[in-house]
Design a protein around this ligand. Sequence first.
Ligand code: ADP
Ligand code: MG
Length: 552
Amino acid sequence: DAAPETRSFEADVAKLLHLMVHSVYSDKDVFLRELVSNAADACEKLRYEALSDARLGSGEPPRITIMLDPDARQISIEDNGIGMSEADMVDALGTIARSGTKAFMDRIAASQEAEGAQLIGQFGVGFYSAFMVADRVVVLSRRAGTETAARWASDGLGTYSVEQIDPVDAPAHGTRVLLHLKESASAYTERYNAERIIKAQSGHVPVPIVLREKPDAEGEQIADGAALWTKPRSEISKEDYTDFYRGVAGQFDEPALTLHYRAEGLHEYSVLAFVPGMKPFDLFDPDRHGRMKLYVRRVFITDEAQILPRYLRFVRGLVDSGDLPLNVSREMIQESPVLAAIQKGVANRVLSELDKLSQSDPDGYLGFWQNFGAVLKEGLYEDYGRRETLLGLARFRTTTSGTEWRSLKDYAASLKDNQTAIYYATGSDFDRLASSPQLEGFRARGLEVLLLTDQVDSFWVTGGLDYEGKPFKSVTQGLADLDLIAPSESETPAEPPSSEVGDFLAFAKDLLKDEVSDVRASQRLTQSAACLVAPEHGMDRQLEKLLAASGQ
Ligand code: ADP
Ligand code: MG
């Protein structure tokens, strides 16, 4: 055999590993969840690929075996899943492929050490979390359907080795991850500890888990691999749901909303989905991928089916269809009318559950809105058919709301006589926006103005939407029709003589002729001397700034 090849980790991995190795994060148990979830993923991948290629796999049922070796201070996690070739290992265990992990790295780079440690706990960091507890990790693997096996090893200090090995030393197909535990982590080799952690964190992975407390001990099944979503709701506890959520979502918080139901009728499918309690790190990745998995009769098919529209990408979970054929290819699925029906049904259900939440638990709903409102608002221009539902779900801070948030229904209920539009102002900083001179004329008249500070706001407001027949109108655009509504007495500015105003306008127009297209006397100001406005049909000022910033 050739000597193993030594390679350096990609720079980002080295950084991440440094963080793991020196981690002060106290809840190190999460490494086990990550390795078990990889093992389960590998079993599901094999189950799927074997549907179209019967030569793959040995036909034995999928299984994850966790073996403890207290004397050697080792723990190994073995699966009989798809396995990895040597090249797969270089790709998967030497780089950071996950965009979410990249986002995590950016957050780490911008944070203090102690906060960084907390971030590990909020966010699964995958395979590399093994180095929180191990000073050496060895991976033996054999890709299903191949005759060669490979070995990967590293102490997490900058390099790793890979080599081909004799297949008899590896699992028949699948992967064994062997951890040489640090002295401080020796408790993981105690049966009681390991069993408690696995049951609590991974009790609902869809693959049975067997525990062996010593190399020569019999295995004992400690989790049955039953699909939680097929059980009746009455048999599932809140803790069961939370564990499952954490596994499927890669989140470490409590879900804000749990949806578990079975659709019957023309199409039959089960849905188990969650709205996270905290923002996932990949929420604003450019690809805006959803994270809903598609199963067909309990077989995992793909997480690329785009079951939900992109503006619902914060929803995590799965749909299990009873109608799709098992051997449907991932490409065919996209064309399937069954999928189209599922997409429509699940999106409607998510939105109606959010609406229910907004009524049954307004505070809880506001928490949701503050996390995901900016994402949901993308739907206002991407999903015209559901715009009314989405406008109904939207909450706003306004010039009259104080610290509260207002719905458009609230807004509509306090319209002034003669008010023809819903007024809004956009900006990136809330306090600056709230004190903008643009708002003075509106304040003087008691007219409520929506204060919009999310990037997405500049886009949806230009989409020609209306709410109950009232168009959205920017306070910076043209002459807001303030003439029809009288300001309250105390705010009325003293009228200067009109001849002086005329002289001043002429002077200002001449002075600024290269900068602005017009200078006008206006009703919109009460305290400030002047402000900039956009033409009636021109671009909103905030959108103009955004486009300029992006070089357009
Ligand atoms: P993720 O699971 O989100 O992709 P991880 O860091 O947990 O990220 O794992 C990285 C990659 O390593 C996986 O995507 C997979 O390709 C590979 N991998 C890890 N563990 C296994 C395993 N037990 N069997 C097969 N492949 C694995
Ligand atoms: Mg993983």
